[in-house]
Design a protein around this ligand. Structure first.
Ligand SMILES: Cc1cc2nc3c(=O)[nH]c(=O)nc-3n(C[C@H](O)[C@H](O)[C@H](O)COP(=O)(O)OP(=O)(O)OC[C@H]3O[C@@H](n4cnc5c(N)ncnc54)[C@H](O)[C@@H]3O)c2cc1C
Length: 412
């Protein structure tokens, strides 16, 4: 704990969660903090100015071993606990969504390879993905299947030595820079069987659209994909036939925890900026921060951020322990942190007045970036549905409140 405080000074938000990390993990957080302070933070506005892949940020994170935290030790990674990774992503999200998304995007695009590739494909791809010499992309969403992802139409027809892949994918991050694509489709002969496969970018019949303009998250462009009769050898299947959907869910689970951490980091950054403004700016004869209305806004922000951080830390612990209810907690953490981030960034921008609206001021970028966390890896409404359905399912068998009399409540 003291090791970190001694080199970076006190912050607005406490370091209480670092107590759960060991000395080596804290040293990693310290390295990321230094990187954010000296390199990533000062360069964030430039990185986010153009919607072309932010190679500098990616290479910096790869060189510093931050990308490697997502990969097993056997292939050059550090296999970091989620308890550490949420701290890393929070640090990056505090200054630069593009850099934070390099880490969540690595989880999304590589996790199915870690979990489902054959040993020889792991040997071939994972060391390069770890060092950043290779990149992968994750292709699940389609023009007709976004939130309702089970509605996908991409098909894989079985042949003697593999599959023939046909279909279209939409909104695929890193499509223009990835070397390999994790593609999820359904068996043509058995539509309820989902299959995940690896497709190289130069496969015959595979085409990638030009990059598509978007509101924020600059530096991580998206494109559409088209597969027309693409031959996929059997060795490029991930997991077994029928495991395509669970591999996708496994990748999304980690990426959801990452989205929550990124949103929290951005919310923290927004409050830091707004509260600095409240100190520097005078209005009506006193510092802006001395007005009670401003203090109440800041109070709401920090209180909700701290409770959201606690939920996310609990979720990361559940992931690291392998608890069976981690997916519901990931939904709650993502829903809570991303909706909260949108609100906090909006309020922080309000508190900084006209300056907050300037492109030269970071909150304009934070405001645009915040929106995607509420949409990607399951929109907020989808997570509400998942959580609510789980409550109703468990309520049917859960112990009833002791102040109720026995029998159905309908009989009251
Ligand atoms: C910048 C960006 C990067 C992306 N990167 C990737 C990627 O790398 N790989 C990939 O596979 N996908 C990617 N996506 C796709 C992303 O995961 C989807 O956009 C997201 O899942 C929502 O799907 P949709 O856009 O089709 O929205 P829709 O399914 O059309 O839903 C629209 C809205 O309707 C509401 N809604 C939908 N269903 C319900 C319901 N049952 N109840 C209540 N409300 C509902 C929600 O508010 C939702 O936002 C990316 C998207 C963006 C914008």
């Amino acid at each position: 704990m003291n090791d970190i405080a001694a080199t970076t000074g006190p912050r607005l938000f406490g370091d209480h969660f670092l107590r759960t990390l060991d000395a080596q993990e804290r040293a990693t957080v310290q390295r990321v903090r230094a990187l954010c302070k000296h390199t990533i933070g000062p360069r964030a506005a430039d990185v986010a100015r153009e919607d072309v892949f932010a190679w500098d940020a990616f290479r910096t994170l790869a060189r510093e071993g931050v990308i490697a935290t997502a990969f097993p030790k056997a292939f050059g990674g550090t296999d970091a606990r989620q308890a550490l990774r949420i701290r890393i992503i929070e640090e990056l999200g505090r200054v630069c969504s593009t850099s934070a998304s390099m880490i969540t995007g690595t989880d999304l695009s590589s996790r199915a390879i870690v979990a489902g590739a054959s040993e020889s494909f792991k040997q071939r791809l994972l060391p390069g993905l770890c060092t950043g010499e290779l990149q992968s992309a994750f292709a699940l969403t389609e023009p007709g299947a976004g939130s309702d992802v089970r509605g996908l139409h991409t098909t894989l027809r079985r042949t003697a030595d593999g599959y023939v892949l046909n279909g279209r994918k939409k909104f695929i991050t890193r499509a223009t820079t990835a070397d390999w694509f994790v593609v999820v489709g359904r068996a043509e002969e058995s539509p309820s069987t989902f299959i995940a496969v690896l497709v190289p970018r130069d496969a015959a019949g595979f085409s990638i659209s030009p990059e598509v303009g978007k509101l924020g998250w600059y530096g991580v462009p998206i494109s559409s994909l088209s597969f027309e009769g693409v031959q996929v050898p059997l060795a490029q299947r991930l997991g077994d036939e029928g495991e395509g959907f669970s591999l996708a869910q496994d990748a999304l689970l980690r990426a959801r925890i990452g989205h929550a951490a990124m949103a929290l980091g951005r919310a923290i950054g927004a409050v830091e900026i707004a509260s600095s403004y409240a100190v520097d700016r005078s209005s009506f004869g006193k510092a802006l921060g001395e007005h009670q209305g401003v203090q109440w806004m800041l109070a709401d922000m920090v209180t909700q951020i701290e409770s959201s951080r606690a939920l996310l830390a609990l979720t990361a612990d559940k992931y690291d322990r392998g608890d069976s209810d981690v997916a519901i907690f990931a939904s709650m953490a993502k829903l809570q942190a991303t909706d909260l981030c949108m609100k906090v960034v909006t309020d922080a921008l309000q508190l900084t007045g006209g300056r907050g609206y300037l492109q030269d001021f970071p909150l304009e970028r934070f405001f645009r970036d915040a929106k995607l966390n509420q949409i990607g890896e399951g929109a907020s409404e989808i997570h509400k549905t998942v959580i609510g359905r789980d409550v109703v399912r468990r309520a049917a068998t859960a112990e009833r409140n002791a102040c109720l009399r026995a029998g159905s409540l309908v009989d009251y």
